[in-house]
Each structure stands twice: as C-alpha cells, then as structure tokens.
Design a protein around this ligand. Sequence first.
Ligand SMILES: *[C@@H]1O[C@H](CO)[C@@H](O)[C@H](O)[C@H]1NC(C)=O
Ligand SMILES: *[C@@H]1O[C@H](CO)[C@@H](O)[C@H](O)[C@H]1NC(C)=O
Ligand SMILES: *[C@@H]1O[C@H](CO)[C@@H](O)[C@H](O)[C@H]1NC(C)=O
Ligand SMILES: *[C@@H]1O[C@H](CO)[C@@H](O)[C@H](O)[C@H]1NC(C)=O
Ligand SMILES: *[C@@H]1O[C@H](CO)[C@@H](O)[C@H](O)[C@H]1NC(C)=O
Length: 409
Amino acid sequence: MALSSVWNYCVPLTIITVACLVRNARCQAVQAENVTVMEGGTAEISCRLQNYDGSIVVIQNPRRQTLFFNGTRALKDDRFQMVLFTPRLVRIELTNVSVSDEGGYFCQLYTDSTHHQVATLSVLVPPETPTVEVKQEAVEGGEVELTCMSPRSKPAATLRWVRNGREIPGVVSQQDNGKTFSVSSTIRIPVERKDNGAALSCEAFHVALGGQKRIRHYRLDVYFAPTVRIVPPTGILREGDSLSLTCSVTGNPLPRNIQWSKINDTLPERAEISGPTLQISRLSQSYNGTYLCQAQNNYGRAADHYTLLVYDNVSPPTTSTTAVPPTPTTTQQITSHSTTPTLPTPSFAPDPEDPGAVVETHSAVPYAVIGGVLALLVFTVICVLIVTIWCSVRQKGSYRTREPILAWY
Ligand SMILES: *[C@@H]1O[C@H](CO)[C@@H](O)[C@H](O)[C@H]1NC(C)=O
Ligand SMILES: *[C@@H]1O[C@H](CO)[C@@H](O)[C@H](O)[C@H]1NC(C)=O
Ligand SMILES: *[C@@H]1O[C@H](CO)[C@@H](O)[C@H](O)[C@H]1NC(C)=O
Ligand SMILES: *[C@@H]1O[C@H](CO)[C@@H](O)[C@H](O)[C@H]1NC(C)=O
Ligand SMILES: *[C@@H]1O[C@H](CO)[C@@H](O)[C@H](O)[C@H]1NC(C)=O
C-alpha cells in the first residue's frame, strides 16, 4: 500500500550555518535538510559536516530531547537509528513516521551550542478512498442529498463530485482535527426515474497521491411507484384456444407480488398463475370478462386490465379468400393500462387518448385485397418472363445491343 511505502523527498538546504570558532584555523559547519515523508514511511534526516574535527555531534528531536550524542543513542525509541556517521555526513533514520513526529530536528556541534541547524520533518497523510453517505433517499420527483467524506488527510484533501465526466459543485466543509483534517462535500440533485442506476463518483485529490486520485463510485438508487402493463395476445381467441397474459411490471423496489383477478368475478378454475403470467387453457365464452393485473410497492400501486372476448368456432372470419364484410365492433380486443391507485373502470370502447391502448381489428378484407394484388403480381411476372424468353429466342444471333433489355428497366 502506498501509505506505508517509503516516499520522501529531500529539499537541499543551501544555507550553511558556519560554526566557525574564531580561535580555530579550520572552520566547521553543519547543514541540515528538510524532509517530507508519508505517514508510516521512513524519514532520513541528514546532517552534513564541513571540516569536521572530531567534535561531538548532538541530534535532538523537536522537543529538544537528545536522540544521539556523538553516535550513541540517548533516547529510548527504537524507531530512530543512526545509519551513518562519517566526517562529512551524519544520518539518522526514523521508521513508521507518525504525524506527532513532525517538527524541527536539531543538529549541532557540541563545541558551539549557539549554532545549530534544523531539519524540518513534514508528514503527509494521503486520504483513503472517500465514502459516500446518503442523507436523504432518492424518491422520484424529489432530491437526493449525497455526502462524500474523507475523514483524515494532511494537508486537507480536495473532493470532487463527478457525473458523466462533469463536475457537480458541492458544499465543502473542512474540519481541523489537530494535525489532520476531515473534509466533506455535499451535493443535492433532483432525481427522476430515468436517473435510477445513474453512475456518480467522488474523487479525492491530494499532494501525496501525485497525479493519482482515490475514487468512490456510487450508483443512484431512485425509488418510484410501479407501472404495470399487460402484454395482450395477438389475433382473436376462439373457444378451445388457450390464453396467455403476461404482466410486465416496473418499479423500485420491484413489486414482489403480482396479483391477478377478474373484475366482478372470481378467476376461472382453469386459470394458472406463474409469476407475472396468467394462463387459461381451453377457453370458453364463459371466460369473457375483464382481467386485472395489480402491483404495488411503498411508493404507489398500479393496475392494467385486459378484456377477454371468446368467439365461437362457427362465426366468420373463415379461411375463404373471398371478401367478408368486416364487423369491427364485435372483433375488437382492447387493453389499456392505468397507473391510478384505484381500480380502473374498464372501458369496452377503444380510448384514442390512451397510448397504451391496443386495438386489433381482424378482418378478411385486407387478406382478400392482398391476395388479389399478389396474384396479379405473379401473373405479370410470368407474362414478362414468357415475353422475354420468346424475344431472346427469336432474336438469337441478330441481337447485338443491350437496348431490348434496358427497355425493361
Ligand atoms: C525548512 O522548513 C522550515 C519550516 O517549515 C522553513 O522555514 C525553511 O525555510 C525550510 N528550508 C528549506 C531549505 O526549504
Ligand atoms: C565523535 O564520533 C566520531 C565518529 O565516531 C569520532 O570520530 C569522534 O572522535 C567522536 N568525538 C568524541 C569527542 O568522542
Ligand atoms: C506504526 O505506528 C502506529 C502508531 O503510530 C502503530 O499503531 C503501528 O503498529 C506501527 N507499525 C509498526 C509496523 O510498527
Ligand atoms: C361490476 O359491477 C358493478 C356493480 O355491479 C358495475 O357497475 C360494473 O360495471 C361492473 N364491472 C364490470 C367490468 O362488469
Ligand atoms: C363472449 O364474447 C363474444 C364476443 O363478443 C360474444 O359473441 C359471446 O356471446 C360472449 N359470450 C358470453 C357468454 O358472454
């Protein structure tokens, strides 16, 4: 994990404190470097020496407790190790750095207590992947309130809400918890049913992450009342046929129970219900009536109805290709759907304003007309073929141009 990895950058210090002892011919100096490290990482604190003459080198922590006295450990903290002591360089290492280790580390020559160098240790705390909290659940037609939170970072992380590659500006709040910060960004967005499942993300940016970001993905869960629609059978139904009605239901949460019923009557004994499908085998005219499918969830209820008309086996239309006068008023199957919470009063007339209404008119006239036109077409094609073959046989040999053929187009 990046958090625990060693990641430090050393900023070279240009200023050299010269601890020149006036009486000394040689001029000694120490030079310290600022260090920035990630929390949990390892910090190397270096102290450069110039013209070192064997004097005692003292290294102290930000509380001015002596860590090392000329290479000998003075403070009992195993996280500090002296890794190098040469006439040019003294280096100590601090493992598992925490934010409380921050501050100035002193490096000085014992011979001159007035001159010292301070290496400032800075600790970065990169944010974890932020979390998303729903403050107000998303109901169709309302607003959803989402809060993205990053509880701990140093310096404060930057949070950004994104949807479809575009930023949604949020209300940012930042809290100082001593050494670290907690940051949150809250957005309120209006939601419709089409927003259900929409993808949002909250991104956390931070200096310790380089160009990377930590992303929390979130899918909108928009609650909405059900819709119900009966998928009607095509064509007309006669005695002995079987009926299969499927009730297609939406809603969030999806209604668990789908209820089938018959208005002003009980469902026929032969009716079989499996999930969203109602099946009646061997129809008889006594099954005529209005069938209802209903579903509900916490946000509302909906129903759709289907009017079943079973025809006897002797009435037209027959299989004859001769035109039979249409009898549209007795050959309609109507379904309409409704999302009103109360039971709809079924209408036997087609409702032109209801886009869900399906009116199927079965008539022999279109078949007769289509049959006639088809016959005529076939006849024409045969005639044309005969003439073509006849012409080509007769003109074989003398036929040079493509004009006779082109003339057909
Ligand atoms: C080291 O850090 C201290 C404290 O933040 C700052 O005053 C000083 O200028 C820094 N030195 C360098 C060389 O960046
Ligand atoms: C301090 O330590 C260095 C390196 O080990 C050594 O050369 C020097 O003599 C020591 N100075 C004293 C006063 O002990
Ligand atoms: C690092 O320090 C933290 C507390 O600052 C401690 O909980 C953790 O166990 C330490 N990890 C190691 C590997 O020593
Ligand atoms: C159901 O019965 C009521 C009252 O008897 C009547 O008004 C209504 O039209 C009937 N509905 C159907 C679909 O038959
Ligand atoms: C059922 O509907 C068909 C078509 O409208 C009709 O011819 C028949 O008389 C009806 N039967 C009953 C029992 O209502």
